[in-house]
Design a protein around this ligand. Structure first.
Ligand SMILES: *Cc1c(COP(=O)(O)O)cnc(C)c1O
Length: 223
């Protein structure tokens, strides 16, 4: 891959700006499997939001980066025995797909920290193997957040089924945006649509995404 981390971040920003959408887009640098030194390099280039999938790996890196004011996003599947540590060590969680996990995150969020910023992950392609909540259960879980004082529901996250068909990709992102708009029409006040990764973030942003999670295009391929 060409260029430094700083150059790749700048290039992605140029591409996002060129889309010329009316809303601002937050870039999360997904640093899973990559060393703390590369996070430090990206931070030095102005990147403040980082996403990680694996709790233990991330905690080790966080210990090496306590001098940096990083906003940490947990984006991986959540095992319920990890909820307390996730609630203690992250600012955002994108991958909430069931009530039990939300309840445990709420119980585990320390009082001295602000509310944990949350997205519900939805399974837009209705694949039984995929993580994420089915659409029919979305409003019920979103409603339950009102009883969780330590959680703030910010929006929706989705990872569409992989496809090379650009029309199909756009259709899946648009379907997520539709759910987002419908919840807001019912008064939920959501402001975050977390969708788009290295290979599809332009299409996601054009469909309304305002938070993209990009890994390999910044840090190189993972082994
Ligand atoms: C790994 C991962 C990403 C980043 O994927 P890239 O294709 O490397 O950009 C984004 N979101 C989630 C949930 C991931 O697990």
């Amino acid at each position: 891959m060409q260029g430094s981390i700083a150059e790749r971040l700048a290039q992605i920003q140029v591409e996002i700006d060129a889309l010329n959408v009316a809303h601002t887009v937050t870039l999360i640098a997904v640093s899973k499997t990559k060393p703390a030194s590369q996070i430090r390099e990206a931070f030095a280039a102005g990147q403040t939001h980082f996403g990680e999938n694996y709790l233990q790996e991330c905690l080790t890196k966080q210990e090496a980066l306590t001098d940096l004011d990083i906003i940490w996003h947990f984006i991986g599947p959540i095992q319920s025995n990890k909820t307390q540590a996730i609630a203690q060590h992250f600012d955002w969680v994108h991958s909430i797909d069931r009530l039990k996990v939300a309840k445990r995150l709420n119980d585990g969020r320390p009082d001295h920290l602000p509310a944990l910023q949350c997205c519900i992950q939805i399974n837009i392609s209705n694949e039984t193997t995929k993580s994420g909540l089915l659409i029919g259960e979305l409003e019920g879980l979103a409603t339950a957040f009102s009883s969780f004082e330590r959680l703030k529901l910010r929006g929706l996250m989705a990872i569409p089924a992989p496809t090379d068909d650009l029309t199909e990709q756009a259709a899946q992102f648009t379907a997520v945006k539709k759910q987002f708009d419908e919840l807001n029409a019912k008064g939920f006040n959501l402001d975050t649509l977390s969708m788009g990764m290295s290979n599809d973030y332009s299409i996601a942003i054009q469909a309304g995404s305002n938070m993209v999670r990009i890994g390999s295009k910044i840090f190189g391929a993972r082994t």
